[in-house]
Design a protein around this ligand. Structure first.
Ligand code: GKR
Ligand code: MG
Length: 418
């Protein structure tokens, strides 16, 4: 029987534009860890995850206990992760704090195991997840306020977007190129009235598109309710207007008349949060993310729970590369109640570790790769180059706030303040 023989973890850094958010601004490089799990009969399974130092340390601890495991034994994998990680929390993606790091460490290994299973069976991962209910997965145009360039750097191809006109321009560029039919604006950067105006400008410019805004909890309950009232009939959902399950529940109650569902990837980020959120009716749409919900199959468990309790399901994203996009696409294709266009940061990246040609946006959707496993192939040269970039760039964890303070020393994150 095939056994896991070894695991290779490669931290990489890839260029990232100066995208603004509530905690600051994206640094010139975003980090990921590329996971390669090798079997004793020569197969390689791929995974992709965060790359902060403490996360890498946990990934390494788990890597040491995987040799000898059957790649079909996902319960055994989870047990080994649990045995190794007995304590501690985890910060992921620059904004979220998980009390239990097990699911975020499990995720890239589970994806790599599924990639191996698919390669062994000659079937795509989507088939291992129950089969495709859709052949193409729609994604949203993920817009950001942004500077034209990193401090001291050259202007990037997107240019600046610091007002409604700039945001509409950015949307047009992204939609012309990729064909997205839903739009998400990352807010929490400017006062709510300015961001509301930007959403209205988007609605005028793209009347057929579904619209969302996500200020990453920058607003008070009162502001959130006011924005929901002002954008009634305009928003598809309102994402994380305010921090915490109780405050989200208060917004949901007071803004019920607007008919706008509240979505979250900030107050429901682990299975333990589901019961209080359901009891309080705090959120109507959960944004899943296989990177911290424990991989693809546990994300399907989340999907089942959302279905049971009548909550909608969408998908969250952080800065990521093609292995993650492939995994997200297989998962979304196999999840019947994932009915919203998924988020992705993919259009913002200019470098990747996978060979081009498999993942492309057409009319805003990515066709599910049909090759065995995830259906994507690692580009060894790019992996090496982006690892060198990681070694040279000096960034070891995402810290948008400290980077922002190099430009604006008085900056403080705006969570819950407006
Ligand atoms: O990349 O700045 C960003 C986003 O704000 C990201 O960190 C969030 O996790 O996209 C995410 C979200 O929807 O909250
Ligand atoms: Mg969000």
């Amino acid at each position: 029987m095939t056994k896991i023989a070894s695991v290779e973890l490669t931290p990489v850094a890839f260029a990232d534009p100066p995208l603004l958010n509530v905690v600051g601004v994206h640094e010139p490089y975003a980090l990921r860890t590329i996971v390669q799990v090798r079997t004793d009969d020569g197969l390689v399974g791929l995974g992709e995850t965060y790359a902060a130092d403490d996360h890498l340390e946990r990934l390494r601890a788990v890597a040491d206990v995987l040799p000898g495991l059957d790649p079909f034994d996902l319960n055994g994998l989870r047990q080994r992760v649990r045995d190794v990680l007995t304590s501690g929390g985890a910060q992921v993606g620059g904004m979220l704090n998980l009390q239990d790091p097990a699911d975020v460490v499990l995720s890239p290994y589970e994806v790599a195991f599924l990639d191996i299973q698919g390669k062994q069976l000659g079937r795509p991962v989507v088939d291992l997840l129950g089969g495709a209910v859709r052949d193409e997965v729609p994604f949203s145009a993920y817009l950001f306020y942004k500077w034209a360039a990193h401090p001291g750097g050259a202007e990037d191809v997107w240019g600046a977007a610091l007002d409604p006109d700039g945001i509409v321009r950015q949307a047009r560029t992204m939609i012309d190129e990729y064909g997205f039919t839903a739009i998400k604006l990352k807010g929490g950067v400017f006062p709510p009235a300015e961001e509301t105006e930007a959403v209205r400008a988007l609605a005028d410019a793209f009347p057929e598109h579904k619209l969302r805004i996500d200020p990453n909890c920058a607003w008070t309950v009162d502001t959130s309710v006011q924005v929901a009232r002002e954008l009634t009939g305009v928003l598809e959902y309102l994402e994380d207007p305010t921090p915490g399950i109780d405050a989200m529940a208060a917004v949901a109650r007071q803004a019920a008349g607007t008919g706008i569902p509240l979505a979250t990837n900030m107050c429901v980020i682990a299975f333990a949060h589901l019961k209080p959120a359901v009891l309080a009716d705090a959120v109507q749409v959960v944004l899943s993310d296989h990177h911290y919900w424990g991989g693809l199959r546990r994300s399907q468990l989340l999907a089942g729970i959302c279905d049971t309790f009548g909550m909608g399901l969408s998908m969250h994203s952080n800065s990521h590369l093609g292995i993650s996009l492939a995994a997200m696409t297989h998962l979304a294709a196999a999840t019947p109640n994932l009915t919203y266009a998924c988020d992705t940061h993919y259009p913002w990246k200019t470098e990747d570790v996978i060979k081009p040609g498999v993942l492309a946006f057409e009319s805003g959707s990515v066709r599910v790769p049909r090759g065995p496993g995830l259906g994507v192939e690692l580009d060894g040269d790019m992996l090496g180059a982006l690892h060198e970039q990681y070694l040279a760039c000096g960034i070891r964890k995402r810290d948008d706030t400290t980077y922002m303070r190099t430009v604006d020393p008085g900056f403080s994150p705006n969570t819950g303040r407006w």
